[in-house]
Ligand binder design. Structure first.
Ligand SMILES: [Zn+2]
Length: 410
C-alpha cells in the first residue's frame, strides 16, 4: 500500500536522497559481518557508590562519581549554620555576628587620627628626645682608645663578657670540627711545632699573657687557607695556610695579625656595633610597616644596606688595623717584616679571581693590603732594629719577659 502510493505521487529525486540514512561504508560492513574479539573482554564490575577516585592528584576522600545533588533546603540549612557561626573579636571576647552588622560597625584598631595625635604629642617628642639623649650618653661613656693604633672607638662590652662569649663560641667550634671529622695534627708534627715556635716568640710582644690560656689547634685541611685566634687565647690554624706561608716569618705575619685582633679588642667592638645596627634595623621595620612592606623584606634589604654602609667598612678598618699591629709585633719579635707583603702576594695568587669587589667584602683586597704594608715597612724595620735581635742578651731579655708573663703555650 505504501509503495503503491509512493509511485503515484511524484517525489523529487533530491528528497529521496535525503530520506536515505547516511551510513558509513564500515558500518555497512559491521552489520553484514560483525567483528568479534578473539579473546573475550574481561568484565568490568560496576563501580560502587562509595568508591574513591584513584586518578593521581585527586582528592581521595571524595567520591569519584558525581556527587549527589544537594536539595535547596539542605543548602539553606548550611548557609544558616554558617551565618550563626560568624563571630567577631572585640576586647578579648568573641561575639556572635550572624548578619555581619557588628563587623560593619567596628572601628579600626589604630585609626589615622590617633596616629597623628600620637606623633604630634609633646609627650612623644619628649620621649624621643630622652631616648636620643640616653643613646648619645651611652655612646660617649663607652668610647675608648685602641692600643697601638690609637683609634677611638665605641665598645660597650667588658673584656670579661667578650671572653665568656668567645668561650661559648670556642666550645661550639670545637664540637663542630669534631663532628665534621676534622683531624687535629699531633704535637710532633712539624707544622704544629712551627706554629708553636712562632707563637712562643710573638706572645711576649703582644701585651697579653696572664689572662690568656693559650691553646693551639692545627687542623689538617690543605684546601683551607685560614687561621684565627679567639679571645681567651684559642688558636686555630688550618694546614692550607701553612702551605702558602712556607717560612716562620710568613707564619708570624698570619699569627701576628690574628693575635692583633684580640690585642685591639675587635670582637667586643663588633658586638657593640651590632647594638647600633639592630636599633636601625628594627626602627626601619617599624617605620616601613604602615606602608605595607613585609618585615621579612625590610629586614633583608636593610640588613644588606647596613652591611655595605657600616659593617663591611668597619670590618675592613679592623683588618687593616690588625695588619699594622701584627706587622709591628712580628718585627719586634725579630721576624722579617719584608716577608709580610710577599706572603700576601702568594695569598693573592692562591685566591685567583674568586674574590668579591672590596666594597662588598669584609676584608680589604690583597692588593690594598700589600700597598699599606709596604708603606709601614720602614717603621717596622726600625722596630726590628730597636729589638736588637742579633745579640744573646736581647734573646735572654725576651725569654725573661716571657717567663715573667707566665706564658705557657699548650
Ligand atoms: Zn683578620
Amino acid at each position: 500500500m505504501f509503495k503503491a502510493s509512493l509511485f503515484r505521487i511524484p517525489i523529487p529525486a533530491r528528497a529521496l536522497v535525503l530520506r536515505v540514512p547516511a551510513r558509513r561504508p564500515f558500518a555497512a560492513v559491521s552489520t553484514a559481518r560483525p567483528i568479534t574479539c578473539r579473546y573475550p573482554r574481561p568484565r568490568i564490575p560496576a563501580a560502587p557508590a562509595t568508591a574513591t577516585a584513584t586518578r593521581p592528584g585527586a582528592n581521595l576522600s571524595r567520591p569519584a562519581w558525581p556527587l549527589p545533588a544537594r536539595s535547596r533546603q539542605q543548602q539553606q540549612q548550611q548557609q544558616q549554620q554558617q551565618q550563626q557561626q560568624r563571630r567577631v573579636y572585640h576586647q578579648g571576647h568573641f561575639y556572635h555576628d550572624p548578619d555581619g552588622s557588628r563587623r560593619r560597625q567596628a572601628e579600626t584598631l589604630l585609626p589615622r587620627h590617633r596616629v597623628v595625635r600620637f606623633v604630634r604629642s609633646p609627650i612623644t617628642h619628649g620621649f624621643v628626645l630622652a631616648c636620643i639623649g640616653a643613646a648619645l650618653a651611652f655612646y660617649f661613656a663607652n668610647l675608648e682608645t685602641v692600643p697601638v693604633s690609637g683609634r677611638t672607638r665605641f665598645n660597650a662590652y667588658s673584656a670579661k663578657t667578650v671572653r665568656e662569649t668567645a668561650d661559648l663560641q670556642y666550645r661550639a667550634m670545637l664540637a663542630d670540627l669534631q663532628r665534621q671529622g676534622a683531624r687535629f695534627l699531633p704535637d710532633h708534627d712539624p707544622r704544629t711545632r712551627r706554629v708553636k715556635r712562632v707563637m712562643r716568640k710573638l706572645i711576649p710582644f703582644s701585651g697579653m699573657g696572664d689572662d690568656e690560656h693559650w691553646e693551639i689547634f692545627v687542623i689538617e685541611d690543605p684546601k683551607t687557607a685560614n687561621a684565627f685566634v679567639l679571645p681567651g687565647g684559642k688558636v686555630f690554624v688550618f694546614s692550607g695556610i701553612l702551605n702558602v706561608a712556607r717560612s716562620d716569618s710568613a707564619v708570624a705575619t698570619v699569627l701576628g695579625h690574628e693575635i692583633a685582633h684580640n690585642v685591639a679588642g675587635h670582637v667586643g667592638e663588633r658586638m657593640s656595633q651590632q647594638i647600633g645596627t639592630n636599633i636601625l634595623l628594627y626602627a626601619s621595620i617599624i617605620a616601613l610597616a604602615p606602608f605595607g612592606i613585609l618585615p621579612v623584606l625590610t629586614g633583608a634589604l636593610v640588613n644588606r644596606v647596613l652591611d655595605v654602609v657600616f659593617s663591611h667598612p668597619m670590618s675592613r678598618k679592623q683588618e687593616t688595623e690588625a695588619d699594622y699591629i701584627g706587622l709591628m709585633m712580628m718585627a719586634e719579635a725579630c721576624y722579617d717584616p719584608e716577608e709580610a707583603p710577599a706572603f700576601w702576594a702568594r695569598m693573592e695568587a692562591a685566591a685567583g679571581d674568586s674574590q668579591p669587589p672590596e666594597w662588598l667584602s669584609t676584608h680589604p683586597s690583597n692588593e690594598t693590603r700589600i700597598k699599606k704594608i709596604q708603606g709601614w715597612l720602614p717603621a717596622a724595620l726600625e722596630k726590628r732594629a730597636a729589638s736588637d735581635c742579633y745579640t744573646t742578651s736581647a734573646f735572654a731579655d725576651r725569654f725573661k719577659r716571657a717567663l715573667s708573663l707566665g706564658i705557657v703555650v699548650v
